[in-house]
Design a protein. Structure first.
Length: 443
């Protein structure tokens, strides 16, 4: 149903299911006036306004977080690691050394996440990783999963250094990853255990996503067609006595007149114009095939489908994504749910797979004490995200008002979060204490 094809002209056949909108059927040539477009579901996801709006907001959150690599020690404290192979891995993620993309970590995150959502599967190819040195990182343009007699392989196409090629990646038992020569692939995907294939996590919302896209496409096409509904236009050529001409002797003239009618019908620039064909005796009949919806119906359907699409993303709703005003406390709680949900989502989809590979790769490339290579993992440092900083400021101020922290403690905490408060003088003992605390008369 979703095989991709784009046709400029298509012979009319009422049994076919088009998703082109507000077209005109030419009864003379037997063709549709206007293009008929058919897209794959992956393409429909990529052109979905609500989905791309959520993605943009999520990437804004993630791009504000710093990628770091930590080590959990035996006392369960997490500290930055000094293990050089791990630091090298972090460095190549931040500087993938690929052209034209990815050029930095944000490119990797964006490329992986967008393709994961639209296709259900994506791969990161680490060039030269099996040789224990990663030269560059490429994002696969397509990934095909194959299972032949329980032997799993992936056909991975990449577009790096300006050219495209496909490689077959097979399981390497020594490294515990899929390899082709010295190249290693990390697979990110949503595998359906029932259907035994990779599917986008948005598959359950397919009808809603298509519905939203079709409303937008239909509305746009309607206005492009000068607000005329889909119609059949019948043109009859009359002789001097007003009778229909059956002769084909003047066929060339007829074709010319049909072309004139087409040009005067198509496009928003023809709105309000009168059709004036060169042939003096024409009988033109327009039969509408569709009923156009009013603006309120379109608005309500767009709002409904948009909210249903937002609900697929943790913490996303119209108030958060589009900045609709609401009570301060409610908005703060909604924003926190969205920020926390975004960090959790990207961790589950991207960092968990990278960490699973990193644990194997460090054992493969590492030397020296094995304990040095254990407990190392990638993590998002959310401390630099403005929302979390502002949230912590509010929590410290609230702790001060609730007499949980003293004045100087609050000032010190704020100074650690924001340079604006870093130079505040330390309060003398007689001015310190809890906010609202009754002072002794002896002071």
């Amino acid at each position: 149903m979703f095989n991709k094809h784009i046709l400029e002209k298509k012979s009319y056949n009422s049994s076919q299911n088009y998703n082109g909108f507000y077209s005109f059927y030419d009864s003379y040539t037997g063709e549709i006036i206007g293009g008929v477009h058919k897209l794959s579901f992956a393409d429909e996801i990529r052109r979905s306004v609500p989905i791309q709006t959520v993605i943009s907001n999520q990437l804004g959150v993630i791009n504000s977080a710093e990628l770091q690599i930590l080590k959990t020690d035996k006392d369960k404290t997490d500290q930055p690691t000094t293990y050089q192979p791990a630091l090298d891995f972090l460095d190549i993620l931040k500087n993938p050394n690929a052209y034209p993309s990815p050029k930095h970590w944000n490119d990797i995150v964006r490329g992986l996440y967008k393709t994961y959502l639209s296709n259900g599967i994506v791969a990161l190819v680490l060039k030269g990783a099996k040789s224990k040195t990663i030269d560059s990182i490429e994002i696969a343009s397509s990934v095909t999963y194959n299972n032949s007699n329980n032997v799993i392989t992936y056909n991975i196409q990449t577009t790096g250094k300006g050219y495209s090629y496909t490689q077959i990646f097979e399981k390497d038992n020594e490294l515990g990853a899929f390899t082709n020569g010295d190249d290693v692939a990390i697979i990110f995907g949503n595998f359906d255990d029932y259907l035994k294939c990779y599917q986008t996590v948005l598959q359950p919302l397919m009808n809603v996503i298509l519905w939203n896209n079709y409303i937008i496409t239909a509305s746009r096409s309607f206005y492009e067609n000068s607000c005329r509904p889909s119609s059949i236009i019948t043109v009859k050529f009359l002789d001097g006595e007003g009778k229909v001409m059956n002769s084909t002797a003047d066929q060339e003239s007829m074709i010319k007149v049909i072309a004139e009618v087409k040009n005067q019908l198509k496009g928003s620039t023809n709105t309000g114009k009168v059709i004036l064909p060169s042939h003096p005796n024409l009988d033109i009949t327009v039969t509408p095939l569709s009923i156009t919806q009013n603006a309120n119906d379109i608005k309500e359907q767009l709002a409904l489908t948009k909210e249903m699409i937002y609900s697929a993303f943790t913490g996303a709703n119209t108030n958060v994504i589009e900045g609709v005003s609401e009570y301060s406390n409610n908005r703060l709680a909604s924003l926190r749910e969205f920020y926390d949900g975004t960090i959790s989502t990207f961790t589950n989809i991207i960092l968990d797979e990278l960490n699973a590979f990193l644990a194997k790769w460090l054992q493969y490339v590492g030397t020296g004490n094995a304990l040095q290579r254990q407990g190392i993992y990638l993590n998002f440092d959310i401390g630099g995200i403005k929302f979390y900083k502002d949230l912590m400021k509010q929590e410290f101020l609230t702790a001060g008002k609730e007499q949980i922290l003293k004045r100087q403690e609050v000032r010190s905490k704020l100074g650690e979060l924001d340079e604006t408060y870093a130079d505040l003088e330390i309060l003398p003992p007689e001015e310190d204490g809890f906010v609202g605390e009754k002072k002794s008369n002896t002071l």
